[in-house]
Design a protein around this ligand. Structure first.
Ligand code: HEC
Length: 128
C-alpha cells in the first residue's frame, strides 16, 4: 500500500465523524401545534385549581406565583420539567400525576382528572 490509496479512507472517516457530530446536536422536534381540548375551559380550570399560586401564566388573572417556573411560551418548549418531551400526552400526564414523573418534585399531585388536564394542556399550548 502506498500513501495515495489511504487518503480516500481518511476522508471517509472524517465525513463519518462530522455526520455523527451533526446528529448529536440535532434538537428534538418542536411540539405539535394542533391539540384536542378546550382552551377556554382550561383557563377557567387553571384559576380553580390555583396553578397561579405557584406559576406565572400569561392571560390568567392573578397567576403570578414564583414557586414553579413561569409557563410562558409553553407551546414552544422542548421539555416538561426537564423530564418529558413536550407533547400533549406527556403534558396531561404531568398535570395529573407529577409525582409519578419525578418523585419528590415540589409540584404536588392536585387530584386533577384527565379530562380537566386535557383542557388545561390545551390552554398552555396557546402560549407560544
Ligand atoms: C405548590 C406549587 C405548585 C402548584 C400549585 C402547581 N405547580 Fe406546576 N410546578 C411546580 C414546580 C415547583 C414545578 C417544577 C417541577 C420540576 O421541574 O421538577 C412545576 C412544573 C410545572 C410544569 C413544567 C414546567 C416547565 O418549565 O417545564 C407545568 C407545565 C406545570 N407545573 C403546570 C401546572 C399546572 C397546570 C398547575 C395547576 C393545575 C400547576 N402546575 C400547579 C409547582 C406547582
Amino acid at each position: 500500500m502506498n500513501r495515495r490509496s489511504r487518503t480516500p479512507r481518511m476522508w471517509l472517516a472524517l465525513g463519518l465523524l462530522l455526520a455523527a457530530a451533526g446528529c448529536s446536536s440535532t434538537p428534538p422536534p418542536p411540539p405539535p401545534q394542533v391539540r384536542a381540548g378546550q382552551p377556554d375551559r382550561g383557563a377557567t380550570l387553571i384559576v380553580q385549581y390555583g396553578c397561579g399560586s405557584c406559576h406565572t401564566i400569561p392571560g390568567i388573572n392573578g397567576a403570578n406565583g414564583l414557586v414553579g417556573p413561569p409557563l410562558t411560551r409553553f407551546g414552544a418548549r422542548s421539555y416538561i420539567a426537564g423530564e418529558l418531551v413536550n407533547n400533549a400526552d406527556n403534558l396531561q400526564r404531568w398535570i395529573v400525576d407529577p409525582q409519578a414523573v419525578e418523585a419528590g418534585t415540589a409540584m404536588p399531585n392536585l387530584g386533577i382528572p384527565p379530562i380537566d388536564a386535557q383542557d388545561i394542556a390545551a390552554y398552555l399550548y396557546t402560549l407560544d
